[in-house]
Design a protein. Structure first.
Length: 648
């Protein structure tokens, strides 16, 4: 019998009587090979990136390469799951219907080209941009000649050839990984060398097997979703989770370029809104004198220009929970501290969320109605910061947080802003990591901070603690007040007071400046964006480095901390464009600006206004300054700051 006859006879018999012979189970092996191959390509691309882009960077060792691969693996695993979705769905569908092999081949080709483009673009653009591949490269597609003007034709041709070669190699690898490994050889392999599918013929138990296979694939879905998300914790997969070094090149090497690109696309376009209300002349008139980056003969608050510095950011502890809101019983220790140091009585938060408030406080950068700068590494990494300014003066820097440092891309910002040491949930014993819903509770964090301060050997140091427990679900270990929310802030107050009392007894207190302020306020009961108290926060400067107790009653924002602090230290703060030295003689137009979800508020010495940008209407107004004047200034600030963010 001829070969053709053998094949025809085999096909006839298989169609009438048997399922696919020696098939590879449910295609799980194929999916696993595709997934592992994708992860290995991502890891190989990291090594190539480091080799190609190392010029001009700090030297790295083989150990550094290993650390890059190890820390970047979590992002690679998550990104590979995104690419696995299509093969997974097609393989699941093949339980019930025939899925032509060419569909898989087309998908392999698309993925191969996409990976080749991403890897080559990443290694090619990084020497110019010094940040990972993101959606900003798309803006050059409308004017490609501008992008090509910086490189030679040969440069472009070489990269085009590399893209083609890489795409072909990747496609071949995916095709090879997609061929089922039949235990027998010969004619069945010629006929059935595609993706394993269930035959249409009805055989004993076929329906049962199909139902079981369908159940198996359904059970896999939650695991894929969890893998893509990055686990079950509050934080989701983000670029910042792979940052591990003070060497930014190593951090960037660990970032998956495909994830970086896809993540930035979700934050491009209308995500950063350009507010255009006024022409340039009117904008300049409305904002003239609001932001002066120079300190002119500032009032002296400190006994030394180079104190050690501790910044305590209290989670959600707005003025409504202090004596400012008429509730002295909630935070009695904090209220007492207000009268023992420099008390900024008219300070206001810039935003309503921690990721916004941290950047406003430490980088002096304003908040925005619809965007979190912390979640956009290509923007946040360009901001100045207190830590970076002090690091340049010989200070060592450390950041403490009992929660997940990867949440909202915080690690990326904290490391990029100059903090050398991080202490967060993962650094504590397992039982302490879950001592509160969000992580390590505040008494444990204050205790470890105090121990580190006592052991500190650096001549100059700066530390920052972001507390945690005064946050929903308000789970704290003690019950003093009946109101669950009030009780959580009373617990924070007790932890803070106990810490300060212990710190006073240490030798470090003498040359120490402790700055205490919240990251934002919180909606509770009748306090919300329509009330002035919602944004009103206490800011207190304590420590042996403070000259005397006093009150400063000028309206200001938490974003004014960097300029005010650096002004006291005699350090320049020109880079802090929107931070003002509150005690400088040229601080002549006191006001505080706040944004919420598509809305904004403005406060001056005598008035308060809140405006809804969706409804284009006032939601609150009180005082004597004409509300139209307050609105015009608010819109001018929104236009000025949004343009700065877009162009930064």
């Amino acid at each position: 019998m001829t070969t053709k006859g053998i094949i025809r006879n085999y096909n006839k018999e298989a169609t009438l009587t048997t399922p696919l012979p020696h098939r590879e189970g449910l295609g799980v092996g194929l999916l696993l090979r595709f997934y592992l191959l994708t992860v290995m390509l991502f890891m190989a691309a990291k090594v190539v990136f480091m080799v190609v882009c190392h010029e001009g960077q700090a030297p790295f060792t083989a150990a550094d390469v290993w650390q890059v691969l190890r820390h970047g693996l979590s992002l690679d695993l998550s990104t590979a799951l995104y690419l696995l979705i299509v093969p997974f769905l097609l393989t699941a569908a093949s339980v019930w219907v025939r899925v032509p092999r060419w569909i898989f081949s087309v998908y392999y080709a698309v993925v191969a080209v996409a990976l080749a483009l991403a890897f080559v673009a990443d290694t090619s653009l990084y020497p110019f941009w010094q940040f990972k591949l993101d959606a900003s490269c798309l803006q050059y597609l409308s004017n490609p000649t501008e992008a090509m003007a910086s490189v030679s034709t040969g440069y472009l041709l070489v990269r085009l050839v590399v893209i083609v070669v890489a795409a072909v190699v990747f496609f071949w690898l995916f095709r090879f990984a997609g061929i089922p490994a039949f235990r027998d050889s010969g004619i069945p392999r010629l006929r059935h060398s595609g993706i394993p599918v269930f035959r249409d013929s009805v055989v004993p138990g076929s329906l049962k097997r199909r139902l079981a296979a369908t159940l198996f694939f359904l059970l896999c879905i939650p695991f894929i979703v969890i893998g893509i998300r990055g686990g079950l914790s509050e934080s989701t997969t983000n670029i910042g989770q792979v940052y591990f070094s003070q060497n930014q090149f190593l951090n960037h090497s660990a970032v998956n370029p495909v994830f970086s690109f896809l993540s930035s696309i979700s934050k491009s376009g209308d995500y950063i809104v350009s507010y255009d209300y006024f022409d340039d002349d009117e904008l300049a008139r409305l904002t003239d004198g609001l932001f002066d980056t120079q300190s002119v003969d500032p009032d002296t608050l400190l006994t030394t220009p180079r104190p050690n510095i501790l910044i305590i950011l209290m989670e959600s502890c707005g003025g409504q929970f202090t004596e400012l809101g008429g509730h002295p019983e909630i935070t009695p220790r904090l209220n007492r501290l207000c009268h023992e140091g420099v008390y900024f009585t008219e300070c206001y938060a810039n935003s309503w969320r921690t990721d916004r408030g941290v950047i406003s406080t430490l980088s002096g950068y304003p908040s925005f109605p619809m965007v979190s700068v912390m979640k956009i590494p290509e923007k946040s990494r360009k901001l100045p910061s207190i830590a970076a300014s002090l690091k340049a003066e010989g200070y060592t820097t450390a950041f403490y947080h009992g929660g997940d440092i990867n949440f909202t891309n915080m690690r990326s910002y904290v490391v990029g802003s100059g903090y050398e040491q991080l202490r967060w949930k993962a650094d504590y014993p397992r039982e302490q990591q879950s001592s509160a819903q969000w992580g390590v509770r505040d008494d444990l964090m204050f205790s470890s901070l105090l121990s580190d301060i006592k052991r500190e050997t650096s001549a100059r140091w700066m530390k920052t603690l972001l507390t945690l427990s005064s946050h929903e679900p308000w789970d704290v270990p003690s019950v003093v007040l009946d109101d669950k929310v009030y009780n959580a802030f009373h617990y924070l107050d007790h932890c803070l007071g106990t810490f300060i009392d212990s710190l006073r007894l240490t030798p470090q207190w003498q040359n120490l400046l402790v700055i205490i302020l919240p990251d934002h306020g919180v909606r509770y009961r009748d306090i919300n964006e329509t009330t002035r108290l919602y944004n009103h926060i206490p800011m207190i400067w304590l420590g042996g480095a403070v000259k005397s107790a006093r009150r400063i009653e000028l309206v200001c924002n938490q974003s004014d901390l960097p300029a005010t602090l650096l002004g006291q230290m005699g350090l320049p703060h020109d880079d802090f464009t929107f931070s003002r030295d509150v005690v400088s003689r040229n601080y002549c137009r006191p006001m505080a600006y706040h944004t919420f979800v598509n809305g904004m508020t403005l406060i001056d010495s005598v008035s308060f206004m809140a405006y809804d940008l969706d409804a284009n209407s006032y939601v609150a107004y009180e005082g004597t300054t004409p509300k139209d004047s307050l609105l015009a200034r608010s819109k001018a600030l929104l236009q000025l700051t949004s343009h700065d963010l877009i162009n930064k």
